[in-house]
Design a protein around this ligand. Structure first.
Ligand code: ZN
Length: 278
């Protein structure tokens, strides 16, 4: 299978199956406060340590840097700011074409709405699954542009996971909103989120936000995201990506779902710094 029309058909089939495929995840999306509570309480360090050795993480970073050479080095390795804050025409389309030109993947996007459509952020299908000769990345463009960009980086992170970790059965990985605690229990989802977290918080920024010397030891042990750190995370989103959850014209549920993501990626990134020095 290779023709784009067949790929589009496959995407439609997967989207049509989302409602039954992800009933637990849809439930999480309807009740984002549950995930938020769980994420806020959870100590990320043991979860990460259980699944990733230091060398695993180093391999993830190295492999991701083959795709994004400046990942975790430059302040804005993917020029995300420029795309998101540039003229509408260069916005997300610029990001899509820059990435997909360099990757050997099938790439599809569409606004997937409907009653539960917004629960889905995107999906990744391994090469080999559904008799694909190249991996397939789909992103739901009905979301806020910053979320769409984030979804794309998460899905690209699955390419990295496929490279670094032993292949299991090739399968479809659906990405639902406010289902982040489950990502901590699955090495491939965790890897995909790590790639996104390194794009969102490159090391120079992560050190500024997460590692004040007097907090560093504490951060490595605790699960808390302090008010000070959360204020800086919010400011980071406002200044660099032009988004503020307080002001965004979004439904309350969508804000809560995005808030879950903000908490998750901030805690994930701070744990990478504190536990692995990355
Ligand atoms: Zn995923």
């Amino acid at each position: 299978m290779a023709a784009e029309s067949e790929i589009a058909k496959l995407v439609e089939e997967i989207l049509a199956g989302v409602k039954t495929a992800g009933s637990n995840e849809l439930d999480s999306w309807r009740h984002p406060e549950r995930d938020i509570r769980d994420l806020a309480r959870r100590d990320y360090a043991p979860s990460l340590r259980r699944r990733l050795k230091q060398t695993d993480l180093e391999n993830v970073v190295r492999s991701a840097q083959v795709i994004f050479p400046d990942l975790n080095r430059a302040h804005d390795p993917m020029r995300v700011e420029r795309w998101l804050n540039g003229p509408a025409s260069s916005g997300l389309e610029g990001l899509f074409s820059d990435l997909t030109n360099r990757l050997d993947v099938h790439f599809q996007r569409s606004p997937f709405t409907g009653p539960e459509g917004l629960a889905l952020r995107g999906f990744f299908v391994d090469r080999g699954a559904e008799s694909l000769n190249r991996p397939l990345i789909y992103v739901n463009t009905a979301h806020h542009p910053v979320s769409v960009a984030a979804t794309l980086f998460h899905e690209v992170g699955h390419l990295v996971a496929a490279e670094v970790f032993e292949r299991r059965e090739p399968s479809v990985h659906l990405f639902f909103d406010a289902d982040y605690s489950s990502h901590l229990d699955d090495v491939e989802e965790l890897c995909a989120d790590i790639v996104l977290s390194l794009v969102a918080y490159p090391a120079p920024i992560a050190r500024t936000i997460f590692a004040t010397p007097w907090k560093f030891d504490l951060l490595a042990k605790t699960s808390e995201l302090s008010d000070r750190v959360f204020a800086q995370v919010s400011e980071h989103f406002r200044a660099r990506f032009g988004v503020s959850l307080a002001q965004a014209n979004l439904s309350a549920r969508r804000k809560l779902n995005y808030l879950a993501g903000m908490i998750h990626f901030a805690k994930l990134r701070s744990t990478l710094l504190a536990e692995y020095g990355v």
